[in-house]
Design a protein around this ligand. Sequence first.
Ligand code: XMP
Ligand code: MG
Length: 179
Amino acid sequence: MHSEIEKVLISEEEIQEKCKEMGAHLTEEYKDRFPLAVGVLKGATPFMADLLKRVEIHLEMDFMDVSSYHGGTRSSGEVKIVKDLDTKVEGRDILIIEDIIDSGLTLSYLVDLFKYRQANSIKVVTLLDKPAGRTAHIKADTIGFEIPDEFVVGYGLDYQEKYRNLPYIGILKPEVYGG
Ligand code: XMP
Ligand code: MG
């Protein structure tokens, strides 16, 4: 599996250090509140787990699946709900947790949805931001790393459902796409 990676873009140590930093920031930001952390499946799960271990307040976790990618490396441009929340959003402080913001379509869809459902506040934390891909006019409140316009895998991010279990963020060798 590791031999299929051309380059490690962000190491395991860098990710863990960033989770600590962001966790401390969120602890401060949400103190005396009880936010609902919404993980966007499936990619955000490793980041959500590591990040929230560093947030030292009570919070609730739930998950949504709103895929706009269908196994390839490019967005289809449409967002649909595959799995909705079990938790009521009205009046809650929502913290959306994303693996990556690329076009921004997924995120702007979610933000609009939670506004419609009358959240008290909506903030977004993302591990990765790829500003070159942006088409929707939206940005995250807390960003781990800005990355160049490359398709990345690992730490939740997949190519055809593989590589999500890598502990780092990497770029695949071109022959992996070709075959
Ligand atoms: P948008 O374009 O809506 O994309 O901001 C958000 C979702 O698209 C997926 N995505 C990627 N997945 N490597 C991946 O494995 C990438 O480089 C990449 N760029 C976008 C991802 O699932 C994210 O939640
Ligand atoms: Mg995805």
